[in-house]
Write a protein that binds this ligand. Sequence first.
Ligand code: FIX
Ligand code: ZN
Length: 424
Amino acid sequence: MADTVVSGKELEAFVRQTVQKTMITDMHTHLYAPEFGSLLLWGIDELLTYHYLVAETLRWTEVDSPYEQFWSLSKSQQAEYIWRKLFLEHSPLSEAASGVLQVLHTMGLDVGSRDLNEYRKQWASRTPQQQIDAVFQLAGIRDVVMTNDPFDPNERELWLDGRGKEDPRFHAALRVDPLLNNWDTAVPELHRMGYQVEAAWTDQTIKETQRFLRDWVQRMDALYMAVSMPGDFRYPIEDHRARMIDEVMIPACQELGIPFALMIGVRRQVNPELRLAGDMSMLSDVSSVEALCRKYPQQKFLVTMLARENQHELAVLARKFRNLMVFGCWWFLNIGSIVKEMTAFRVELLGTSMIPQHSDARILEQLIYKWGHSREIIASVLTEKYSRLQRVGWTASREEIKRDVEDLLGNNFWRFVGKTIPGN
Ligand code: FIX
Ligand code: ZN
């Protein structure tokens, strides 16, 4: 074949280059299109006050110093405090801390200066729109999926005012955790939004909650419906969650023809003093996902789990159910050593029929380091796998390698949601 890569060195270089330059669809982030104004977080102070870094910083405070001392600081003071604790008084070796430096470096700033005010100046003259363009270009991002929550009053207002997304690089995903996890608080909220639901499980409640989902999927043009759940989620079982899934959510997803995304294994607020940083990971039950996939063979499920211990079993389950797409190395798993391990065994078990990563970025510039690191790891896992093929005489063509990488970094997602790739 004319376009094959022959030597081992050439193969490595070509795989690396292909993974580096393939444009990404990031299928789960907490970023917002520029039309959402202040909901889109960006800039050095936001990067430094990321909740991952808040958790790491507060470890360096004394047990008798009130958490409130930190929270009472302004955003810029918090950023300065975190900079001092995690970057100056200790070395920034963690994934999240070194990620900030990776961002500065990729943006062409002088990491060696260690001058926070100098970095701030670099951001001061930029508009969000300019920064989105610059970051998407530096990180090689084609488009991202947001997390859109109608239970958040700030976000809801924007959608209801008709000021939803316009920038075609941002897609919506409808996020509805309270329906499953906080039904008591969801009921009055749904009422305020005009849906006649009751705490009791009645036919009207079922119909009205379905109407709510239908309205919001259509208003947002959501690519999928999503929830996160604790590890003690069990299915099937006689409880509120199972009823909501069986009688409301699955019928709504089926009617609208969208996948249902389950992010399982988060124990919220184990330390409420840490606020957004106070959530913990928790072992989950893979057989509950198995039961869902078996019961609804035509419903597609996008699934990620937070405990490392669940990952192998979940990947094996994806071999059994074509309606299951495993995705990403979520949150505490998005660290070099674990991304490497998970990417390797997912490829070994599933070939390229999975979505190896999402960024979960909350701050725009995080796309640079989160994807930068993941691309490196994906490239090295793929190089090793193609090399094995090459050793027995199977030489992948450049086109084939390009196809595989495009599948992993975007096309698998678009195929699974049943939409064509924007711009194609
Ligand atoms: O529930 C989620 O989507 C989580 O990813 C986040 O809410 C979490 O706080 C996070 O940012 C993890 O990366
Ligand atoms: Zn998330």
